[in-house]
Ligand binder design. Sequence first.
Ligand SMILES: Cc1ncc(COP(=O)(O)O)c(C=O)c1O
Length: 392
Amino acid sequence: MNEKKHSLATRCIHGGRRPSPADCAVVMPIYQTSTYLLDPDAQADLEAGRPPASTFYSRMGNPTVAAAERRIADLEGAEEARLFASGNAASHAAVMGSLAGGAHLIASKFLYGGTQEMIKHVCANSDASVSFVDLESQAKLEAAFTDKTRALFCESLANPTLELADIPHLARLAHSQNAKLIVDATFASPCLQQPLELGADLVMHSVSKYLCGHSDLIGGALAGSAQEMAAVTRQRSHTGACMDPHAAFLVDRGIKTLALRMRAHCAGSLALAEFLEQHPAVERVLHPGLPSFPQHERARLLLKDFGGMLMFTVRGDDRAATAVLEALKLALPAVSLGGVETLVSQPAYTSHTAMTIEERRAVGIPPGSIRVSVGIEDPQDLIADFAQALDG
Ligand SMILES: Cc1ncc(COP(=O)(O)O)c(C=O)c1O
């Protein structure tokens, strides 16, 4: 079966694995085993000091994990994918795989806080270095490259400002400077965008979000060419940041409904964004699908739909935003995103708590900002919930 001939919704269900008479379970079973019988080839590889090609120890590979990896690789149009214990572990492997020998990394200044902290930690403890740059400023971006720059790291849709990276442009620039482009596409999911097809070298997902879809696990993924993935795979074996087979089973199950869920996330978030934009208590709404969104035209070009995330700012300050959160009856106040339930959080008290008010303003998060991960509830119920909370 050539899976590429089928639509993404079909590949979410059938991509990567076809049950056969030899492997007859329709659903990939959980291989709850740390070790495997050594076949003669694996024995020969071990004797020669090579890592065996076949499965032999679950830190290096596990059939349940591998099935989910093949499904993700298929959705991303990648030769290979690897699953990790968390999104941060996946980003860490991508960064470590790119920064050998005192290399330099350029990272978007709008990266998720946990990724920024991890990169700073890696650089503080090695001879690697990083520059955090506003990728929309061409002059600053070009000036940031040095002869040691080996990678550029961005989010396709930034958390929480939803700034949309111009991946084809960033890829051309990175490649012209002998650097690779790493894209965290967590907010987009494979339903909205394939960063590799737009020119990126590695795509990363926190699978804790849309790929899993039910807010019940922590995991990460990287996908790319076999050559790119070799360094990443070595890194995962060394750090032991492999995914547990139970989590991989849930990821694999989650992906089967990804296209269905993303359609509902996208429709619900646009309906809620349009409602919020006309509400008198709301100062500003950021949603890539609104014509008022600063990069709306770019979003129409680079995304297949506009995603399930939005950020809005209520009139007043962060206390006014807290009052709205407390008044919501359906949407739940919690960090994270991409699950079936609508979650609301205030970046000022969660992802961006280490910044001053002015620093937050400078990165596009004014007082009163609320991030919403729109779930798959009936949009009319969500709109009614936000209406009663905003009306006081
Ligand atoms: C955009 C983005 N990237 C990476 C991560 C880190 O993923 P994890 O929490 O699975 O380690 C997060 C977590 O919120 C995120 O929002």
